[in-house]
Design a protein around this ligand. Structure first.
Ligand code: 5GP
Length: 342
């Protein structure tokens, strides 16, 4: 539907290596034929579902394909241009800096290369404002989390405002938030914004309660926060009182099997509460989707009018980590585009 494609959009939850399109995967496979990786190993097609565990296996395959500076530059550039072509006007990309001994890639050059891709797209005139969140993979524990935050702090000061925050992600069945709290607190104290994956699986009530005390600036998924699915009213109250926006990724949650079907997605719960929610893709490559499609799915599943969808996309502007001036610019852009769609 052309309305959803033309709708100006804000994407706030996109993991770089989960966002790699089929075309870019083809290019990576042809660079590394000896790995014997096939396309079916890097994406979850229409109607397919996997366990969360199997999804994390997919990321391991993609990481094998993306292990040099050249790969990262190509992947990040392609991903940014694809989001722009889908009508995304503001994008926050997140990625876990990786070190690869075989290719000489370091965590520092990893971040530098993503920043280079953002600058390159800007120079080439792409109609999209892109910022970067440095991701902490929870499986790697306290020390690596601190190291990652130190890098993020360094780049926050040297990247011309491109590095705006820190993400906490990775396999939710591994590790505990209490071990990562000092690093996250340090990031917050230094002015980095925090977007944390919270209650992605049912067994994380204590961890969510602890991490909400920071508090984070945004929540990723929050699938099991509310009491109807085994969460608690006190967790919901904290999120509501602190007005912490929630990033919601419908297809990701359905294909990753943490939500039984689209109509049971927790979008409904938070939307009906009037709480700030932001529709996002999570991993557009792995889950074979794009942001237009996610908005359309939310609208068709929950009966949202075009006006309501417009309001959702516009309210996402308030949730960005970029500076106030960027919010104003985006508001103007939305106001300019409104008459073309209605
Ligand atoms: P990268 O950080 O390498 O650019 O993107 C892939 C990584 O993002 C994965 O290895 C994982 O740490 C994180 N990730 C992607 N999708 C999800 C998700 O749905 N849940 C969680 N917890 N982490 C994810």
């Amino acid at each position: 539907d052309v309305f959803y494609r033309e709708l100006p959009k804000v994407e706030l939850h996109a993991h770089l290596n989960g966002s790699v399109s089929a075309q870019t995967i083809e290019k990576l496979i042809s660079r590394k034929p000896h790995l014997n990786i096939e396309h079916s190993m890097t994406a979850i097609g229409k109607g397919q579902r996997r366990t969360l565990d199997e999804c994390f296996e997919v990321f391991r395959v993609i990481h094998k394909l993306v292990d040099t500076e050249e790969d990262i530059l190509m992947v990040a550039t392609d991903v940014i241009k694809e989001f722009a072509a889908d009508g995304v006007k503001y994008l926050e990309l997140r990625s876990t800096p990786r070190e690869e001994r075989d290719t000489g890639l370091t965590k520092k050059t990893y971040i530098e290369t993503v920043i280079k891709a953002i600058q390159k797209c800007k120079e080439e005139g792409a109609d999209i404002d892109v910022r970067f969140l440095v991701a902490i993979d929870r499986r790697n524990g306290t020390e690596v989390a601190l190291e990652t935050v130190n890098l993020a702090e360094e780049f926050m000061l040297s990247s011309d405002g491109l590095v705006v925050g820190v993400d906490l992600s990775g396999d939710p069945t591994v590790g505990h938030g209490k071990d990562l709290l000092p690093a996250l607190q340090k990031a917050k104290n230094s002015g980095l914004k925090l977007s944390l994956h919270l209650s992605e699986i049912p067994s994380q009530l204590d961890e969510s309660d602890l991490l909400l005390s920071l508090p984070p600036d945004r929540i990723g998924h929050g699938t099991f926060l509310h009491p109807e699915v085994g969460g608690s009213q006190s967790l919901v109250n904290k999120v509501v009182q602190k007005k912490i926006p929630i990033e919601l990724c419908l297809t990701s949650n359905v294909k990753g099997n943490t939500v039984p079907c689209y109509s049971k997605h927790h979008f409904k719960y938070w939307y009906e509460l009037g709480h700030p929610t932001v529709i996002c893709t999570d991993d557009k490559g792995v889950f074979c989707t794009d942001l237009s499609q996610e908005y359309q799915l939310a609208a068709s599943t929950f009966g949202l009018s075009h006006e309501a969808v417009w309001k959702l996309s516009q309210q996402a502007i308030d949730c960005i980590f970029g500076p106030e001036i960027v919010k104003q610019q985006l508001q103007e852009k939305w106001n300019d585009l409104h008459p073309q769609l209605f």
